[in-house]
Design a protein around this ligand. Structure first.
Ligand code: ADP
Ligand code: TYD
Length: 213
């Protein structure tokens, strides 16, 4: 590993798995350790990301085959952007923590189209940068539903639950397919916030080094 460069940590998990909570805690812990770090997320807040948000909230109607390449483009801009692109940060020695990366596409778009196609379409990103480590926060879909649902109808909940079950299965399928090239650590997210945070720190501390501070 090039010790002058920052490391790249990707968080993955179904909606409500606790990614944003844990990213906040991990970034605090790293800063306490004197490690420079930057947190970010996908979809991004770029114009491409904003188009994705409008599609996901139903304000713009389109097909899964249109959404998938938008995620590809958003991800490439996330990596390559001159102002705050991930590659730039890493070259400067900053550790980057992202809430979702290409495994989200493999899992979510992989429900609607063949996963092979999604993996191939994302090759420009995987060729540019594979995460030092991908942390998959695993929780049962029923627990996710309990955490994220308020004021939803029974039908909506049923649809949401069955989608989360499919997405979780696709994550596991993608991890298995790519086990020879990706470094994925599964974290049991169905524990209290602090216990999960301690497990995450135990998993990532060996990749961090004070020289990045
Ligand atoms: P994500 O970013 O993966 O969607 P969040 O971190 O936003 O998940 O968490 C979803 C909800 O679950 C929030 O209300 C959060 O406070 C709560 N939550 C997060 N982690 C835990 C946990 N370990 N136990 C119980 N509730 C949690
Ligand atoms: P967001 O509101 O950020 O949800 P979360 O807090 O769970 O991350 O919306 C992200 C949604 O976009 C989430 O449902 C997963 C989906 N998504 C994809 O379908 N493909 C992708 O490549 C990415 C990055 C996200």
């Amino acid at each position: 590993m090039d010790t002058d460069k920052g490391i790249f940590i990707a968080f993955e998990g179904i909606d409500g798995s606790g990614k944003s909570t844990q990213i906040r805690l991990l970034a605090e812990r790293m800063r306490d350790e004197g490690i420079r770090c930057h947190t970010t997320m996908e979809p991004t807040d770029s114009p491409i990301g904003s188009l994705i948000h409008q599609i996901m909230t139903g304000r713009i109607k389109t097909d899964a085959r249109v959404l998938s390449p938008l995620f590809v483009a958003d991800r490439l801009d996330h990596l390559l952007n001159d102002v705050d692109g991930i590659l730039h940060k890493i070259d400067e020695g900053v550790t980057v923590i992202t809430d979702r990366y290409y495994f989200s596409s493999y899992a979510y778009q992989g429900v609607d189209m063949p996963m092979d196609q999604v993996i191939s379409a994302n090759r420009p990103s995987s060729d540019l940068l594979r995460p030092t480590v991908t942390l998959f926060i695993d929780i049962p879909p029923d627990v996710a539903i309990e955490r994220i649902t308020k004021n939803r109808s029974r039908k909506e909940l049923f649809e949401k639950r069955s989608r989360l079950v499919q997405v979780r299965d696709k994550y596991l399928e993608a991890f298995d397919r790519l086990k020879d090239v990706e470094n994925v650590i599964v974290i049991d997210g169905n524990r209290n916030v602090q216990t999960v945070a301690d497990g995450i720190w135990d998993a990532v501390r060996k990749y961090t080094s004070p020289r990045q501070g």
